[in-house]
Design a protein around this ligand. Structure first.
Ligand code: ASP
Length: 423
């Protein structure tokens, strides 16, 4: 029997969990670090390696194939509108979940103090990083989108929006110079695009091993030399985690089903089956950026999204659309306030929705970025940012889960836009 790719990835995931727990309980941390983790690092590096050429080649060929430029602005407008609406819904779901479950009131006092003292230093590091972000002016994100030098932009995956910007203006200029002049360059990018897509497929052969190694590494890193600490943390922050998990499940089942129902005829089964490998990868890497090549590949091959839509909607989504992150931030902000005994007014709660949408847009598509931008929300509602120390211990686990929602959200919007454009 031939096992499908997502089946193999699940096997890798389960074996990774089993091995990780075994290694952490038997003091095999150094062995895991030296002999297992490198395979995960290689796998992530390979994915990151192809992200820039993939976005560049597919977006340039995608834009250049558009017959009219009006279509581009229409797709752009629709995409950004749906992205912002789904993120606002996510933050609202988070608020409802945390207000109903009240996880902050269930944390015992001695645990509160313990958490605060053990994570104080890490929390101050995150607060410094957030301070640097906050000093940016309102138009700075737009200024940052325009690079001064293309090679600089392409040399760092964090500059994905700059690469998107360059690809769009190059694609538009290719249309303007006419077919005969643009042909040689287009041929080059089309061929580059085919090569990169083949590379994605080849790299995905390694996915089960990569996922095994990443999960084993995550577990041993969180557990340190005492796996019992993990169980203690899970127990203490259990209600908070349950609130986030319920919220993420509601967002993925209700909001994305609604998006698919309203804009397309695709069945949920087909959607989730098609996108499953990307979700599993998002879970293991905690990075929507690293998952991007696979999200694009699955949307095009399995869900029938045209290249012109996927190459625009998905890189943009990976950078600015983070529904899972916004939902988590709303819950975390209220949880910290509840734990510190602060009552949040209705005004403060609506500020959370607004700032969570903005903060999630500014969150980088890399592991642990969401907790840095969470500081901005905490400051907006007057909750001391040192409260971060309360949730840091379980953040990696929630990061894995919220990244799955982030990637699923991008894919559902890509399907919606493709259907509404009838391709
Ligand atoms: N890890 C998330 C992502 O890449 C961002 C976050 O930390 O919330 O989508």
């Amino acid at each position: 029997m031939k096992i499908p790719l997502y089946g193999k990835i699940i096997i890798g995931l389960i074996l990774g969990i089993v091995f990780g727990i075994f290694a952490a309980s038997n003091g095999w941390n150094q062995f895991t670090n030296e002999w297992i983790s490198p395979f995960g690092k290689i796998f992530i590096s390979l994915l990151k390696l192809i992200a820039v050429p993939l976005v560049l080649s597919s977006l340039i060929t995608g834009v250049a194939s558009l017959s009219d430029l009006q279509k581009l602005s229409r797709i752009g407008g629709k995409t950004i509108m749906i992205y912002i609406s789904t993120t606002a819904v996510a933050a609202t779901i988070g608020l409802v979940a945390v207000n109903i479950l009240q996880p902050g009131d269930k944390l015992p006092d001695d645990m509160k103090q313990k958490l605060q003292s053990s994570y104080q230093d890490t929390a101050s590091g995150k607060m410094e990083a957030a301070q640097q972000m906050k000093e940016r002016t309102a138009l700075q994100p737009i200024v940052d989108m325009v690079p001064q030098n293309f090679f600089n932009a392409a040399s760092n995956n964090r500059n994905m929006l700059q690469v998107v910007f360059v690809s769009i203006i190059v694609g538009i200029s290719l249309i303007q110079i006419g077919k005969s002049k643009s042909k040689p360059m287009l041929n080059f990018f089309e061929s580059l695009n085919d090569v990169v897509i083949k590379l994605v497929e080849n790299i995905m052969i390694l996915a089960p091993i990569g996922v095994f190694s990443l999960i084993a590494d995550t577990i041993t890193t969180i557990a340190g030399d005492d796996i019992n600490k993990v169980f203690e943390l899970l127990g203490a922050l259990g209600f908070y985690m349950i609130a986030v998990i319920i919220g993420l499940i509601l967002q993925t089942t209700i909001t994305y089903s609604a998006v698919l129902k309203i804009f397309s005829k695709m069945s949920l089964k087909k959607f989730y089956k098609g996108i499953a490998p990307a979700q599993l990868l998002a879970f293991s890497t905690s990075s929507s950026g690293a998952t991007l090549p696979v999200t694009m590949d699955r949307c095009e091959k399995e869900l029938g999204v045209s290249e012109e839509v996927s190459s625009f909607v998905l890189p943009l989504g990976a950078t600015i659309n983070m529904d899972g992150t916004a939902l988590y931030q709303a819950i975390a902000a209220v949880f910290i306030a509840q734990t510190l005994g602060m009552d949040l007014s209705l005004g403060a709660q609506s500020t959370i929705v607004l700032t969570a949408v903005l903060a999630s847009i500014g969150t980088a598509a890399v592991p642990g970025a969401g907790i840095i931008t969470l500081v901005i929300i905490l400051e907006a509602i007057g909750v001391p940012s040192v409260g971060l120390a309360l949730i840091l211990g379980v953040d990696r686990i929630l990061d894995m889960l919220r990244t799955v929602t982030n990637v699923t959200g991008d894919a559902s919007v890509a399907v919606a836009i493709a259907s509404s454009e009838k391709n």
